[in-house]
Write a protein that binds this ligand. Structure first.
Ligand code: COA
Length: 331
């Protein structure tokens, strides 16, 4: 029997500081009513100034290993998806998390796929395990987006939050495995959702910093339209390819960017409320951390049980997008 990859544990870490829409009303010209109506977001959590992305990721990772019933020594690969790494170039956030966990000598690296990060992580982990290269992979989506948000730009600062989610993917003969993943990209519209500065295109210098190029810039309504169309097709394709009906999905756990995007896909698939996990209202958009945070929310609220069939989808900067079908292998 061929080796399968199973998601055997899920966890998350949410920082302490809650930032409500009412708090934002005091910071920029906006209103709770506008934010809730356009996005569904009511609150988000913000890391403190001494917490970096690897601190958030470490806390989620530690709990994911504990819940997997493995020892830290059993982990043979750590991959972190993030667009707000501790450092722009090096070291990777994955290496720093490995050090905080006391794990040395194994493969550790970051990936950059924006909000689709967790789907990309699942695909990479599945391939590494099915090829026999690795046995127990720790995957982490971690973001301190508050460090790359322009707090004077009302069109973006209301959207994002900080947090981390982690999972252990293990080689398994169990029937609860990652059934399929699909990842994709289109770089032709990269300027619609971009942090233009501080890379090699616009290096960190006073002129570029004074133009706020280090922050997230987004043409929200264009991104919205493309995200809805792309995701609706992507989830239909993965269900069709695997001959699974949306009625058979126990939990739809989408990337949590905007309640209207989630509802559009939900309607397209005729999913019922009880099939959908919504956390965008409390956490906002935490990019690569949003799906594992939502999955952990379902788990901790007894909505996700061993063997449950999950459908995941995500869309983000790049553009990147993707979907996944998997049965929960955790206890
Ligand atoms: N409070 C009040 N008004 C605001 C505002 C805020 N926080 N932000 C923008 N506005 C105003 C705009 O200035 C504009 O005013 P105008 O008509 O006078 O010019 C108006 O609201 C409409 O702006 P628009 O950007 O067209 O709103 P929208 O309905 O598209 O909603 C987003 C904006 C960002 C919520 C929405 O576009 C979105 O969610 N986009 C996708 C985000 C996403 O999913 N990203 C992908 C993955 S991360």
């Amino acid at each position: 029997m061929s080796i399968k990859a199973s998601l055997i544990s899920i966890s998350a870490y949410v920082p302490d500081l809650l930032l409500s829409n009412q708090d934002l009303e005091r910071m920029v010209e906006t209103s709770d009513e506008w934010i809730v109506k356009r996005t569904g977001i009511k609150t988000r959590y913000i890391a403190n100034k001494n917490e970096s992305t690897s601190d958030l990721g470490y806390k989620a990772a530690k709990l994911a290993i504990k819940r997997s019933n493995l020892n830290v020594d059993d982990i043979d690969c750590i991959i972190c998806a993030t667009i707000s790494p501790d450092h722009l170039c090096m070291p990777s956030t994955a290496c720093k998390i490995a050090h905080k966990l006391g794990i040395y000598g194994i493969t550790a690296f970051d990936i950059s796929a924006a909000c689709t990060g967790f789907i990309y992580l699942l695909e990479i982990a599945k391939s590494f395990i099915q090829s026999g290269l690795k046995k127990n992979i720790l995957i982490i989506g971690a973001e301190k987006l508050s460090s790359i948000v322009n707090w004077n730009d009302r069109s973006t600062c209301i959207l994002f939050g900080d947090g981390a989610g982690a999972a252990v993917i293990s080689a398994s003969k169990d029937e609860n495995f990652i059934i399929d993943t699909h990842t994709a990209s289109d770089g032709s519209k990269n300027d619609l959702l971009i942090t233009p500065g501080c890379g090699s295109a616009n290096p960190a210098n006073l002129e570029n910093l004074s133009q706020n190029l280090q922050f997230i810039h987004m043409k929200g309504n264009e991104v919205f339209r493309i995200a809805v169309n792309t995701l609706s097709k992507d989830v239909e394709d993965i269900l069709k390819k695997n001959q699974i009906s949306s009625k058979d999905i126990d939990l739809f756990i989408p990337h949590q960017a905007n309640l209207r995007i989630i509802n559009a896909v939900k309607q397209k698939l005729n999913l019922k409320d009880e099939q959908c996990i919504i956390t965008v209202d409390r956490f906002g958009n935490t990019s690569s951390a949003s799906i594992p945070m939502a999955m952990n929310f379902a788990y901790e609220n007894n909505k996700l049980k061993n063997g449950d069939l999950m459908l995941l989808d995500a869309f983000g900067g790049g553009f990147t997008w993707g979907s996944a079908l998997l049965k929960f292998g955790g206890k």
